[in-house]
Design a protein around this ligand. Structure first.
Ligand code: PRP
Ligand code: URA
Length: 211
């Protein structure tokens, strides 16, 4: 699949193993989600455009590269997406943050939207929609529908997650074929409760200690 990328890297794989371990506590889990998000963002931002600018070093004038054009918006899907924001901001401190509040209805597994707040002129920005888990894909699709409705251009949207299920990747790719999907791992399957197996459990609960 052209728009789907599994970001394999020894540091990512090692940190992911600790995240998956049920013995890992809230503080370590939170730190590691941010660390993995930071490593993913390094790769995801590889295509940000540069322009030539003139500066003066202590030795004289020179033309050098600087980021140009559209600025980045990080759009975490609440709650668990919040856990990835600081890690990405470490690399892209000028990014804006827009929030998409969604939860999965426990009966239907359908996403329910309860809050959206985006920065202005999102049509001119790169949009990184972030959530550690891509399970059925319902939340990611709804969040992306929501930012597109508010003006984001599908070709400027990237979805960044940490663990994906094949079912979610397929559903998201079918719903939004222009959106690039980046994940640290592609797991085996969804279980009967639509949890990713082997996965890492409920990311929001593990991040915020609400187990
Ligand atoms: C989790 C997760 C995703 C969603 C993934 O959130 O953080 O947003 O489920 O599942 P899907 O791909 O099947 O939609 P949850 O609904 O548990 O909300 P929370 O982050 O507030 O705990
Ligand atoms: N949401 C989670 O937090 N974990 C899963 O495995 C699936 C959805």
């Amino acid at each position: 699949m052209e728009n789907f990328h599994v970001m394999k890297h020894p540091l990512i794989e090692h940190k992911l193993t600790i995240l998956r371990n049920k013995e890992t506590g809230t503080k370590d889990f939170r730190d590691l989600i941010n660390e993995v998000a930071r490593l993913l963002a390094y790769e995801v931002s590889r295509d940000l455009p540069l322009e030539d600018i003139e500066i003066e070093t202590p030795l004289g004038k020179t033309t050098q590269k600087a980021l140009t054009g559209k600025k980045v918006v990080i759009a975490p899907i609440l709650r668990a997406g919040l856990g990835m924001v600081d890690g990405i901001l470490d690399l892209i401190p000028a990014a804006r943050v827009g929030h998409v509040g969604l939860y999965r209805d426990e009966e239907t597994m359908e996403p329910v939207e309860y809050f959206v707040k985006m920065p202005n002129d999102i049509e001119n920005r790169h949009m990184y929609v972030v959530d550690p888990m891509l399970a059925t894909g319902g939340s990611a699709i709804a969040a992306i529908d929501s930012v597109i409705e508010r003006g984001a251009k599908p070709e400027n949207i990237k979805f960044i997650c940490i663990v994906a299920a094949p079912e979610g990747v397929k559903a998201l790719n079918e719903a939004h074929p222009e959106v690039q999907i980046f994940t640290a791992a592609l797991d085996e399957k969804l279980d009967e409760n639509a949890y990713i197996f082997p996965g890492l459990g409920d990311a929001g609960d593990r991040l915020f200690g609400t187990l």
